[in-house]
Design a protein around this ligand. Structure first.
Ligand code: NI
Length: 158
């Protein structure tokens, strides 16, 4: 388990398409463990592999109070419904946020650590996190969707 360096906007790796995972091997397990450590250390609610410099379709998300991670391999959105408009931020764009409209409900198809097909449903913050993180796998940052651009946020100390 280790904290990895988070790439920030301007790093071209964040604009690249990620490859699907074909095998869960020890290297991938270590990547996922490190992504979880890195996300929790940074107080984030989600992290995608390209944010730590790996062009693979892997996402970790945790929007809960107690640790309750969701691990997504090769995720894709298969259903969406409604809209929500709200502030969004990204660990790769530190200190900034912007207003983004997303679906209010999404259903995601992915593979789990045993390469079994799994489905997740999310509304509100979880739906937003699914969309935001899956965008990362296709080289898209929220800033390109931010209505009126991005602005500074005052971070509260924890
Ligand atoms: Ni992000």
């Amino acid at each position: 388990m280790a904290i990895r360096n988070i790439r920030t906007m301007g790093d071209s790796i964040l604009e690249k398409e990620c490859r699907p995972v074909t095998e869960v091997n020890q290297k991938l397990i270590t990547l996922i463990e490190d992504m979880l450590d890195t996300m929790y250390e940074a107080n984030g609610v989600g992290l995608a592999a390209p944010q730590v410099g790996i062009l693979k379709q892997v996402v970790v998300i945790d929007v809960s109070e107690e640790p309750n991670p969701i691990i997504l391999i090769n995720p894709e959105i298969v259903e969406m419904e409604g809209t929500q408009t709200g502030e969004e931020g990204c660990l790769s764009v530190p200190g900034k946020s912007g207003v983004v409209t997303r679906p209010n409900y999404v259903k995601v198809k992915a593979l789990d650590m045993e390469m079994n097909e799994v489905f997740y449903e999310g509304t509100e913050l979880l739906a937003r996190a699914f969309c935001h993180e899956i965008d990362h796998l296709h080289g898209r940052l929220y800033v390109s969707k931010a209505e009126g651009g991005i602005h500074d946020v005052v971070r509260e100390e924890e």
